[in-house]
Design a protein. Structure first.
Length: 207
């Protein structure tokens, strides 16, 4: 999504995330430590681009802005977030977020919370900025580990700029991952089948 849309919608999205996240509780004291760190996607596992190869950045600490236009940390426990950003030589970009909850039950609630935020993202964008038209689509669930769901988001400004994004939320045990792919364009430009494969790989790689 373009920076102009992300900036204009930030406030409304944060408020909605806070309201949706109140059902989540803080991590329990003395929770069992994670045995191994989640593994991330590699550049070759992103949907192929017809004219440019993918470049993967390092795995870093924190919550990436590239995912935060629909999903945020507002109203949820202070977990240890890690992310990896990807880019091509053109306008296409991608990001992956992982977070390890203290219990599988909390991870399940967190995954539902994030999927709800993605599901309602188009509506919240339009409420935040009347100059932006947004539409979301549900591409269904994937039978991988504890499950994953893929959704699409198209935005168009009054000036004619259009952006298309695919986002997925998946879970394996106590670990939740969010994957986002985006570029200029509309739903016809979205590599849905390839992104579903990327999501399946991302969830399978968690442990």
């Amino acid at each position: 999504m373009s920076m102009r849309i992300r900036t204009s919608a930030r406030t409304a999205l944060a408020v909605a995330a806070l309201a949706a996240g109140t059902v989540l509780t803080a991590p329990a004291a003395g929770a069992a430590p994670q045995a191994t760190a989640p593994k991330f996607l590699s550049a070759s596992q992103l949907p192929p681009h017809p004219t440019s190869s993918w470049t993967a950045g390092p795995v870093t600490e924190g919550f990436p802005d590239e995912i935060g236009f629909c999903v945020s940390t507002e109203g949820v426990p202070s977990y240890d977030y890690k992310n990896r950003l990807f880019r091509t030589d053109v306008d296409t970009n991608a990001a992956q977020l992982t977070v390890v909850a203290d219990t599988a039950a909390h991870a399940k609630a967190l995954a539902k919370h994030y999927d709800d935020l993605v599901r309602t993202c188009a509506e919240r964008i339009e409420k935040a900025d009347p100059d932006v038209r947004a539409e979301g689509r549900d591409y269904g669930t994937l039978p991988v580990e504890e499950g994953a769901r893929v959704r699409g988001l198209h935005t168009e400004t009054s000036g004619g700029a259009t952006d298309i994004a695919l986002m997925s939320v998946g879970r394996d045990g106590r670990t939740v991952t969010v994957v986002k792919w985006g570029q200029m364009g509309d739903f016809d430009d979205a590599p849905v089948a390839a992104f579903k494969k990327t999501t399946t790989t991302a969830v399978n790689k968690l442990y």
